[in-house]
Design a protein around this ligand. Structure first.
Ligand code: GLN
Length: 491
């Protein structure tokens, strides 16, 4: 069994045909992680014994002919900002370095109920703030396609783990692109669901009005299945969707895209877009046309303004959400203090990283009484405009197509000194969170240096079914998912 290339679908077939046991699969992944994660740094916590013993139990259930669930016996890795009962959840921050949640996030609870086996927790930018995973307080994760490059971020550990063949399914969170951009950088499929479709309960908050949890997979079919397992209303999350959810995203995936109306925003192909990415995305557009989609160029005029609105809104919410880390209730506490004020100030100064502090300061500033109208209120107006702009576009199109990222995976250290340059990596992804609509990134090609390129498909609210169908058609035509990175002695 070549564990690194295998999909969820193939594992499930193997279980059914008794080609291998759950324990064999889990052990193969753990062995691979132990052998090779020293080069990648995808995992913060590995759960070896527990995962193997859960696998044994799953094998017993299989032997007894029991239904083992939608993701029965599927090993998963989870970003370290999603709470896992009894397993350290650090947010890659010194503030939470010893935090062991007494409860599961709803997504984790659903995964356990669906029979998934948690292998471990993955590295990320501290509190999910970043685009390269270099803001982790613990370590820098490397891109399996080129160990000198970043895997993208903030869910870089989950993207790299998937692509390195450490798990067939991993999860991340996406506030402004943190699933789609690393998926593009690592050659994975990554989905940000419609805001509210997946519960945020137990996801450590960065910007609550933008955050969503979603999967990284090798194929669109695996992505469809995973979404089924984690979606649905949750009384513990007041922003969770209350309506009827689509029962199966897998059924009808092969429906094809004849007659699909695809809009391509002109603004996304202006200067700043890497030429190899442009070429690859344009080729994908040609493929879509050949398959019978009706593709049209159009204008999304305030696409560029999204970035400013995003950094104001997300930092404002972060400054409020992160106020809870005061050294009193839980998490890191300074040893140097005379009074309560010093306790709070020293704790926060010592424990938060540079980027987190930058966002807290920016957020506090835009919310302060003298500047609220000038910044926060303006950003909220822009948010409304962006939502309406998408609403209008979806009157004419079923899907909007853009590159996922304007740049190829960059060198480790290349952008750390210039935060604005780093923020630009999100130019095509942040608007989607602002509008609350779903979007998926799928691999669409490679640069001449063999670095993955992703294309982003955006749908209207709660049209994941159509989005996944479209992504599936493109994937089947391009067949990129067959590629897996080969690094060092494996090459
Ligand atoms: N890169 C963006 C940021 O730094 C998005 C982060 C995310 O989606 N969590 O805020």
């Amino acid at each position: 069994m070549r564990i690194e290339g295998i999909t969820i679908d193939e594992i499930q077939k193997g279980y059914k045909e008794k080609s291998f046991t759950v324990k064999e699969v889990v052990k193969a992944y753990i062995d691979r992680i132990k052998e090779r994660d020293g080069e990648i740094n995808a995992f913060i916590t590995l759960r070896e014994e527990e995962a193997l013993s859960e696998a044994e139990k799953m094998d017993e259930r299989l032997k007894d002919g029991e239904d083992i669930g939608l993701l029965g016996g599927i090993p998963v890795a989870i970003k370290d900002n999603i709470c896992t009962r009894g397993i350290k959840t650090s947010c890659a921050s010194k503030v939470l370095e010893d935090f062991i949640p007494p409860y599961d996030a709803t997504v984790v609870k659903k995964l356990r109920e669906a029979g998934a086996i948690i292998l471990g927790k993955t590295n990320m930018d501290e509190f999910a703030m970043g685009s390269s995973t270099e803001n982790s307080a613990l370590m820098v994760t490397k891109n399996p396609w080129d160990l000198n490059k970043v895997p993208g971020g903030s869910s870089g550990g989950s993207a790299a783990a998937l692509s390195a063949g450490f798990a067939p399914l991993t999860f991340g969170s996406d506030t402004g692109g943190s699933i789609r951009q690393p998926a593009a950088f690592c050659g994975a499929v990554g989905l940000k669901p419609t805001y509210g479709l997946v519960s945020r309960f137990g996801l450590i908050a960065f910007a609550s009005s933008l955050d969503q949890i979603g999967p990284f997979t090798k194929t669109v079919k695996d992505c469809a299945l995973s979404l089924q397992a984690i979606q649905g209303n949750d009384p513990l999350d007041s922003t969770s969707f209350q309506g009827e959810v689509t029962k199966s995203y897998v059924d009808g995936l092969e429906k094809g895209i004849k007659g699909l109306r695809v809009g391509v925003p002109r603004e996304c192909f202006k200067e700043g877009l890497n030429s190899e990415i442009r070429e690859s995305v344009e080729k994908t557009i040609e493929v879509l046309k050949e398959m019978g989609a009706i593709v049209e160029e159009f204008s999304l005029p305030i696409m560029d303004s999204g970035l400013s609105a995003y950094y104001i809104i997300s930092s404002a919410e972060a400054s409020s959400n992160l106020a809870r880390y005061d050294g009193i209730r839980y998490g890191y506490r300074t040893k140097e203090f005379q009074d309560i004020e010093e306790l709070i100030v020293n704790t926060r100064t010592e424990a938060f990283g540079k980027e987190v502090k930058r966002r807290i300061m920016l957020g506090t500033y835009v919310l302060s009484s003298g500047y609220y109208d000038a910044y926060y209120n303006k950003a909220m107006l822009l948010r409304k405009k962006i939502r309406n702009m998408f609403k209008d576009a979806f009157e004419s199109y079923d899907i909007i197509l853009t590159p996922t990222s304007p740049v190829l995976p960059f060198n480790i250290g290349e952008k750390t000194e210039d935060p604005l340059e780093m923020y630009l990596a999100d130019i095509y992804t942040v608007n989607i969170n602002i509008a609350g609509v779903p979007a998926i990134s799928i691999p669409c090609g490679f640069s001449k240096d063999k670095l993955p390129i992703g294309v982003q498909l955006i749908g209207d609210h709660f049209t994941e079914k159509k989005l996944l169908q479209s992504a599936y058609s493109i994937e089947q035509e391009l067949k990129i998912f067959k590629n897996i990175p080969q690094w060092k002695e494996e090459a």
